[in-house]
Design a protein around this ligand. Structure first.
Ligand SMILES: Nc1ncnc2c1ncn2[C@@H]1O[C@H](COP(=O)(O)OP(=O)(O)OP(=O)(O)O)[C@@H](O)[C@H]1O
Ligand SMILES: [Mg+2]
Length: 261
């Protein structure tokens, strides 16, 4: 049976949002549609509106102007928060503020418990995620006694425990060392296709793993294309406050030093 084209997982039309008492909107007339399963990187300098957008998409911030559809539902519909519970996961850059439980394993179990899953299923998910994120030694330790990088891994494990359909990761690798960052990026790449994934990152090289890059500048969406194409086109060291990956700058320098025809 033909069900017709799937609605996008996320649809924003002319989305505008201003914090109370702020002089200019944090987001201004932002429009995009993300198909289900797409891996999108969101880039932009400090204060360009990325985290604000992440919170709005996760239903944590409002009210906004314009239209937002999440998994086919109008987010402004009062019934949407209940209908979308557990289906949109957000992990953000300061993991301290999202820890609620007394031990790491209870932290991971928290979301699935709230979804009312059977205890054996929760146990299985917790064990699998503790192992996958190298957190087994800290299972019984308070989240507050973990290092920054360990906390970030725990925050990721906790959000994945809900098996969300949309996963928004806001600078989740910022506190990790190079090995930790590589491991987490491999894990993130491993999720490709199984979830609609948004990776907010200051590391432009990480954006290359994505299918698509949305680039924000002072609350406006200024570029929307494949990350390679975006960086290949960039002229200088930066594009709208985002560093162009070294490989692309070297390539351009090499091309620039070739004799012109
Ligand atoms: N709770 C808040 N109240 C008022 N203004 C805020 C609040 N949070 C963010 N802002 C402002 O909104 C704008 C966008 O901030 P936001 O945190 O979304 O940017 P960002 O792109 O995530 O930046 P960064 O790369 O530094 O994380 C900034 O001008 C910021 O000062
Ligand atoms: Mg931010």
């Amino acid at each position: 049976m033909d069900h017709g084209p799937q609605p996008p997982a996320l649809l924003a039309q002319e989305l505008t949002f201003a914090y109370p008492e702020s002089l200019r909107p944090a987001l201004e007339e932002v429009s995009f549609a993300l198909p289900a399963g797409q891996f999108t990187a969101m880039l932009g300098g400090n204060g360009s509106g990325k985290s604000t957008l992440a919170r709005i998409l996760a239903g944590l911030q409002g009210p906004y102007q314009g239209r937002l559809e999440v998994l086919g539902r109008d987010l402004a519909d009062p019934a949407s928060p209940a209908a979308l519970r557990g289906r949109v996961g957000l992990a953000f850059q300061s993991p301290d503020t999202q820890m609620v439980a007394t031990t790491a394993e209870r932290e991971i179990a928290f979301g699935p418990e709230n979804l009312g899953l059977p205890p054996p299923d929760i146990r299985a998910r917790v064990d699998e995620l503790l192992a996958r994120f190298g957190l087994k030694p800290y299972a019984r330790r308070s989240p507050h006694l973990l290092s920054g990088g360990e906390k970030q891994r725990l925050a990721l494990a906790s959000v994945l425990a809900m098996r969300p359909e949309i996963l928004i990761l806001d600078e989740v690798t910022s506190l990790l060392d190079p090995l930790g960052r590589r491991e987490v990026m491999e894990m993130i790449s491993g999720l490709r296709g199984s979830v609609t994934l948004i990776l907010i990152t200051q590391f432009s090289a990480e954006a290359l793993a994505a299918d698509r890059a949305l680039l924000f500048d002072r609350g406006r969406l200024v570029e929307d294309e494949a990350p390679e194409a975006l960086f290949r086109r960039a002229r200088g060291r930066e594009i709208h406050g985002v560093e162009v990956p070294l490989a692309f700058r070297l390539l351009r320098a090499a091309q620039g030093s070739l004799p012109q025809e």
